[in-house]
Each structure stands twice: as structure tokens, then as C-alpha cells.
Write a protein that binds this ligand. Sequence first.
Ligand SMILES: NC(=O)c1ccc[n+]([C@@H]2O[C@H](COP(=O)([O-])OP(=O)(O)OC[C@H]3O[C@@H](n4cnc5c(N)ncnc54)[C@H](OP(=O)(O)O)[C@@H]3O)[C@@H](O)[C@H]2O)c1
Length: 272
Amino acid sequence: MTQIAFIGGGNMATSIIGGLIREDAVNPDLIHVSDPGEEQRQRLEADFKVHTHAENLDAIANATVVILAVKPQMMKEVLAPLAATLTARQPLLISVAAGISLPTLQAWSGCKAVVRAMPNTPALTGTGATGLFASDEVSLDQRNLADTLIGATGIAVWVKTEAEIDAVTALSGSGPAYYFLMMESMIAAGIKLGLSEDTARRLTLQTALGAGKMASASEVAPDELRRRVTSPGGTTEQAIATFEGAHLRDIVQAAMDAAARRAAELSDELGN
Ligand SMILES: NC(=O)c1ccc[n+]([C@@H]2O[C@H](COP(=O)([O-])OP(=O)(O)OC[C@H]3O[C@@H](n4cnc5c(N)ncnc54)[C@H](OP(=O)(O)O)[C@@H]3O)[C@@H](O)[C@H]2O)c1
């Protein structure tokens, strides 16, 4: 029986735990979460019936998998008091933190088998997208275990180099926020065009869901799906020309470059 410890019970841990439980992938009785926030712990217990702890050491006591879900800036001080236990027990360590490298995680924790995972918050609904990269010491069984756990929250994709995790962070890790920004913008524009807030919101969210589902289910590439909405001389053509005129593709590239750059910077800033 695999006991899983989450260190940090915030947004990302909640999304993964919610996904695991929703998919019946893990018995909540086998999940232990530590977080300093009492309200946070009560919420996790009430929502998911998992065990919670104020002390990180209590959460990892019998864990075969330890998932690190604290802010990158906290990681060093969180791991320092856990290193002796982790070194002795050698659980599979999975870090979801942006920008903390495998060698750094190994050095700070004393764990040899470490997986870097870059998930995203839609994990909560079973529609997460996660990039994974493993240290050489991760066994095939541990790799399969990480795959099964993360796979229960959506899709899990192993990347070939650790550097690719920064690109995954910029794409799918941060990506939900890009789509939420687009939704915010479309709701605001719909209201300015005369729709009620409720109508603009409902139509925007259903359109996002429909476009995502259609693109996922279809063999047809997004550019062709876009063309099929765009009647010559029609309305969409005007909107797309406006986006292209404002260099939307360059803006997206610059935004993702900035996110990936920040992931690399975090690694330089925090990796000592
Ligand atoms: N959010 C995302 O979309 C996302 C996506 C991919 C990866 N990530 C990664 O996930 C990690 C967590 O991000 P998040 O958005 O979930 O942040 P978060 O909501 O702030 O969660 C972190 C949690 O850790 C708690 N914590 C603080 N000090 C702790 C300690 N000493 N021991 C145990 N827990 C402690 C925090 O409590 P307090 O709030 O009381 O300080 C908070 O509840 C980050 O490394 C981030 O890079 C996040």
C-alpha cells in the first residue's frame, strides 16, 4: 500500500489531491498532508477526508511517495529539517515546484529517486497536463508509480531533458492562467457590446469548454478548426485580422519566453 505525503496543502496540492480522489486512484486514508494553516488543513480534511498534520515530519513518517508542493522560495528551509528522515527512508520524491533542479532537490533532501513534475491546476477536474522528468536513480517501478499517480489527474508526459521542464512550466504549468485571461477579456468585451454580465460569462465559459473539447477530440489541427469558423468576408475574419494585426502570436511567444526565463532564473536564484 503506497502512502503519499504532500508537503504543503495549497492550490496545487489541492488540485492533485482532488484529482486523485475524484478518479478513485488513491484511498484518501493513504494521503497525509502537512500545512501550517489550520483553516487549510480543516478544508482538506472536510473536502477530501485525508489526514492532515501541522508538522511536515509527521506527514512523511510512513510515506513511500513524498510530493513537495510548497513555493520554490520555501523549499530549502522546508527540506532542511526533513533531510535526515528522507535520507534514511529514501521515498520517491516528487517536486512540483517551478525552477528547483533535480541535483538541488537531491542535495537538499538526501533522496536519490527524485521526479520533477510540472502539473497544472485543472488536475482538480481530471483534465490536468503534467510534464515529468526523473533522476537516473528512479526505478522503473517508481516511474510507473509516478505515471499512475499523476496520470490520474489528467495527461502525464515524460520529457527528455530537465531543461524542457522550464518550457513545460511556460506552456501548461502557467497556461491555464493565459486561458483565464482570455476568458476575462471576452466577458468584459461581451458586456461592452451590450450583453448582461451573466450572459457574457456563461457564453464565454461554454465557448472555451466547447473549443477545448472539440480540439481535443478532433484529428483536425487547431488552425483548420479556426478556418472552419472563419467565413470569407464574415465576422470572425475581422476579429482574427485584428488579433494578427496586433501580433498576437508574437505576444504569446514573448509571454512564454518570459515565463521560461523566470523558471531558469528561479533555479539560479534558489539553487544554492
Ligand atoms: N498553482 C499552480 O498553478 C502551479 C502549477 C504548477 C506548479 N506549481 C508549483 O506548486 C508549488 C505550490 O504552489 P501553489 O500555487 O500551490 O502555492 P500555495 O497555494 O501557496 O501552496 C503552498 C502551501 O504551502 C504552505 N506552506 C508554507 N510553508 C510551509 C511549510 N514550512 N511546510 C509545509 N507547507 C508550507 C502554504 O501555507 P501558507 O499559505 O500558510 O504559507 C501553502 O498552503 C510551487 O512550487 C509552484 O511552483 C504551482
